[in-house]
Design a protein. Structure first.
Ligand code: PHB
Length: 401
């Protein structure tokens, strides 16, 4: 074997020099590449429902995210934004195709969305495989920050468990021993029911009946008749968007309102009150946001949101806004160079978000650790009564991160 005078194998030496040459070429190119990456617009994919019962939720999340961007001069980490938008129709069957449109066709740098837990499960699989950064702005599917947790997957909203677990304690403290749960039959409804049951049973309460209808159906009459015959101490529910408004109106019209107290997580009454008159008056719910929080950031946010969009914000707007804030924290740390994924992730993991809902941080599984409020409908506001659970963290069962 031919040796160089340094005693190296010549071929190894040549490989070594070319490697060095390659490294130096990369070294001189890197700043240019970086400059180019930073100069180019950041490609943001919005995958949200813009048709169907969750349309108002998708719109509020979009508005909230864009407000956070506009407050930074239309930039994140110093980079202008180019939006790519897909209407996911809250259709889990189309989730893989829709997610791939954004990742493969549009080559987005970051994925923002969605609302529906079934759609989010499809997104999670692709986010894990592709490694694309994903900020989940609503969908509470417990598995996303459970068994499917991953370094590139973040959530700025809640886990389904988190929104109903505190309700068990609330109901028991009011002297209710049994309850019926009514919801849509899909991951979100089922997981919220399980969270409530866990919290209620822990306090000695009993969930006596589970009532379901397919998502997004709103033919509640037969189930309301069943509730009237069961006569539980309380009814607990999860509905959201346009369907929630219909449920509240039907509950009142059926004569149950005032006879059997109605509870739920706050999706039941957030963003729907203006459309339904006084049908929800007095309904109490648990949620990580409310309409009269005494939080300086909330006051500023509500003013800015109303000015920008001529609409009142709700919990969905806050979750979208916080996705913008969290992404800004990540991108600021790397001066917009999203190819430095480890740097972005590290900064996001350690961010403390100054949110309209009150400050929050992320758990190890990348889900917000946050206060859950007890609210009551007064007029067209969800008025905060108390903190139902301070700094509640999702148990992140099955997350190996
Ligand atoms: C969900 O499917 O995870 C979901 C949808 C709407 C909500 C909350 C959760 O308001």
């Amino acid at each position: 074997m031919e040796k160089t005078n340094h005693g190296f194998d010549r071929r190894e030496f040549l490989k070594g020099t070319s490697a060095i040459a390659g490294a130096s070429a990369v070294g001189t190119l890197a700043p240019l590449g970086l400059a180019r990456a930073q100069g180019a617009k950041l490609r943001v994919g919005l995958m949200l429902p813009y048709t169907g019962t969750y349309t108002p939720l998708g719109v509020a999340i979009t508005n909230g995210f864009k407000l956070a961007v506009e407050e930074r001069g239309g930039k994140l980490g110093g980079r202008e934004i180019e939006y790519f938008v897909v209407d996911d129709e809250s259709n889990p069957g189309k989730a893989p195709e829709n997610t791939n449109k954004l990742i493969q066709r549009d080559k987005v740098d970051v994925l923002i969305g969605t609302v529906h837990s079934g759609v989010a499960m499809g997104m999670a699989k692709i986010a894990r495989e592709s490694g694309v950064l994903w900020l989940n702005t609503n969908a509470g599917a417990d598995d996303v920050t459970g068994p499917l947790c991953a370094p590139n997957i973040f959530r700025t909203s809640f886990s389904n468990w988190q929104t109903t677990y505190p309700l068990g304690k609330v109901l028991k403290a009011k002297g209710y021993n049994n309850a019926v749960f009514i919801t849509w039959k899909y991951a979100a409804g089922e997981e919220m029911l399980r969270g409530f049951r866990e919290g209620f049973e822990k306090e000695g309460g009993k969930l006596t009946k589970e009532l379901y209808l397919p998502f997004p159906q709103v033919e509640f009459q037969a189930l309301l008749t069943e509730i009237a015959s069961i006569k539980p101490d309380a009814v607990v529910s999860f509905f959201a968007g346009v369907g929630a408004g219909k449920f509240l109106k039907d509950y009142a019209a059926s004569g149950l309102k005032g006879k059997i107290p109605l509870y739920g997580n706050g999706f039941l009454t957030d963003g729907v009150l203006e459309a339904i008159g006084d049908a929800a008056e007095g309904v109490e719910t648990t949620l990580h946001y409310g309409d009269n929080l005494n939080v300086p950031k909330d006051k500023a946010f509500r003013l800015a949101y109303a000015k920008a969009w001529k609409l009142q914000p709700d919990v969905y707007a806050v979750q979208g806004y916080d996705a913008g804030q969290l992404l800004a924290a990540g991108l600021d740390a790397v001066k917009g160079d999203i190819s430095n994924k480890a740097g972005v992730i590290k900064a996001m993991e350690s961010a403390k978000i100054d949110s309209p809902r009150g400050a929050w941080t992320l758990s190890k599984a990348h889900n917000p650790v946050q206060d859950i409020y007890l609210r009551k409908v007064v007029g067209n506001q969800n008025v905060v009564q108390s903190v139902a659970w301070k700094a509640l963290a999702d148990p992140a069962r099955g997350c190996k991160a």
